[in-house]
Design a protein. Structure first.
Length: 369
């Protein structure tokens, strides 16, 4: 029974791989692409017919596939003008050579598509519809070189011109350029060199421009860091059960304890652990600098009474301005009953920040099989 369940689970997991991922494209973007493809093909067909009214073939089927790319994915390297025009045209040339030199249609079709891919890669104009162009030439047994110029080259150029006009008017730069010049990366951010190294190991064609991918990954890092920060609360990163001192304690004893434990600040509490002040090394140093003997003094005589505290369930992100701008180095953390439960220091915040910077890297890494 367990073996059958395991087999069924593996089969279900294997079948789930065939399910398409959910589209993240908005309805507006889908409508923009649909209208663009329709307009692009209408204009290409009408202009091609006007340029060559006597032609029997004035529109080739692979141009429909090119329209899908240039209007639905105008940022893709596979959809750029050079890829469309050169990819389709060079593939047509390859198809003509295969028709001329390989009499067997099955062999000619297979070799034409394979050689078209090799030529497009070498010319840096990889365009999937180009494989269909090479195959079409073989299936039509086309032998005239004029077919390359019309309709293949003409259709490709006209489609690209319409795409340039439509995409730019609809705020999709085409030919595509990176959204912005990448700023100097901060610590922990992905750099272009990191991406190049990853792509070298990836070893497959990626349908996203490297600069655009860097931009997207940095935005994802920022969103992940913001999400992680928004969930961090003081109780998650504070130092719990800190060393405290009673306000009636001798200042000399408190100073000695701070020296022994290498503590820069001691929360001062009353008998119910309510915070009544904080004693810092600066408070002690001020007394010794003024030549005052510490023995007769108590903590309550010299402590800082105006103490900023934070609740344990408050967001850590809200406290950043207190440390960065207000000059605070320690914040006592209190519970719902206003009793001391911990202390938050700059070190705690830095440690939490380093963890937030590192975790987006881990979350963005693909899981290993």
């Amino acid at each position: 029974m367990n073996a059958e369940r395991s087999t069924a689970a593996r089969l279900a997991a294997w079948m789930a791989r065939w399910a398409p991922p959910a589209l993240t494209t908005s309805r507006t973007e889908r409508l923009r692409a649909v209208l663009g493809a329709a307009l692009g093909l209408v204009c290409t067909a009408l202009l091609s017919g006007w340029l060559a009214p006597a032609a029997t073939v004035w529109l080739v089927a692979p141009i429909g596939a090119s329209a899908v790319l240039v209007f639905t994915a105008p940022a893709s390297p596979l959809a750029q003008p050079w890829s469309v025009v050169a990819g389709n045209t060079l593939s047509a040339v390859v198809g003509l050579f295969c028709v001329a030199w390989l009499p067997d249609p099955v062999l000619a079709a297979s070799v034409a598509v394979a050689l078209a891919i090799a030529v497009m890669m070498a010319a840096r104009c990889l365009h999937p519809p180009g494989g269909a162009v090479a195959l079409l030439v073989v299936l039509m047994h086309e032998q005239h070189g004029g077919f390359v110029l019309f309709p293949v080259l003409t259709n490709s150029v006209l489609l690209v011109l319409v795409a340039m006009l439509y995409n730019n008017l609809s705020r999709h730069p085409y030919p595509h350029r990176a959204a912005s010049t990448p700023e100097a990366p901060s610590a922990g951010q992905i750099e272009r060199a990191d991406l190049d190294a990853a792509l070298a190991n990836y070893g497959q064609v990626l349908d996203v421009a490297p600069d655009e991918l860097v931009h997207l990954l940095r935005r994802a890092q920022g969103a992940a860091a913001e999400r992680l920060w928004s969930t961090l609360r003081c109780e998650d990163i504070m130092t719990p059960d800190p060393v405290v001192v009673d306000f009636r304690t001798s200042l000399a004893d408190a100073a000695e304890r701070m020296q022994q434990l290498s503590i820069k600040a001691l929360p001062v509490v009353d008998q119910t652990r309510h915070v009544v002040g904080i004693l810092t090394r600066t408070d002690v140093w001020r007394q010794t600098h003024d030549g005052v003997h510490l023995s007769p003094l108590t903590v309550g005589d010299v402590m800082t009474r105006q103490v900023r505290v934070a609740s344990a369930d408050s967001h850590a992100l809200d406290l950043l301005p207190l440390f960065s701008s207000a000059g605070h180095h320690h914040l006592p953390i209190i519970d719902a009953d206003k009793r001391l439960v911990g202390i938050l220091t700059q070190t705690d915040l830095v440690r939490a920040l380093s963890g937030v910077v590192e975790r987006p890297h881990q979350e963005l890494r693909p899981a290993r099989a």
